[in-house]
Design a protein around this ligand. Structure first.
Ligand code: HEM
Length: 78
């Protein structure tokens, strides 16, 4: 179930962080070459925050894996 959610969530996270990065790059390059890249700083912020929210869900959906692999808590046998 969580795997299905992650298959949708992960590509969206990639798009969000990639947009965050490219928006900041565009904003910085526009400063360097002295032209107006209106709204790119805001785009960086918005996509950045979207990424942070999605990252929380990413951790929640991977919690079983984190518990077993990082903390060594194995699921109880039924
Ligand atoms: C892809 C990775 C990221 C890079 C390379 C990056 C880079 C930068 C840089 C260089 C600045 C300074 C801009 C300036 O004032 O000249 C900045 C500002 C900022 N970044 Fe990022 N950032 C990244 C990810 C994020 C994420 C994930 C968030 C989400 C919380 C975020 C939120 C912000 C905010 C709120 C500012 C302040 C903007 C302002 O001064 O109004 N960034 N970032």
């Amino acid at each position: 179930m969580n795997n299905k959610k992650l298959k949708i969530l992960n590509p969206i996270m990639f798009i969000a962080i990639f947009t965050t990065f490219v928006a900041m790059l565009t904003y910085k390059i526009s400063g360097f070459f002295n032209y107006d890249a209106y709204g790119f700083k805001e785009l960086h912020e918005i996509c950045g925050f979207i990424f942070v929210i999605l990252a929380i869900f990413h951790i929640v959906y991977n919690w079983q894996w984190i518990k077993s692999q990082i903390f060594g808590i194995k699921p109880k046998k039924k």
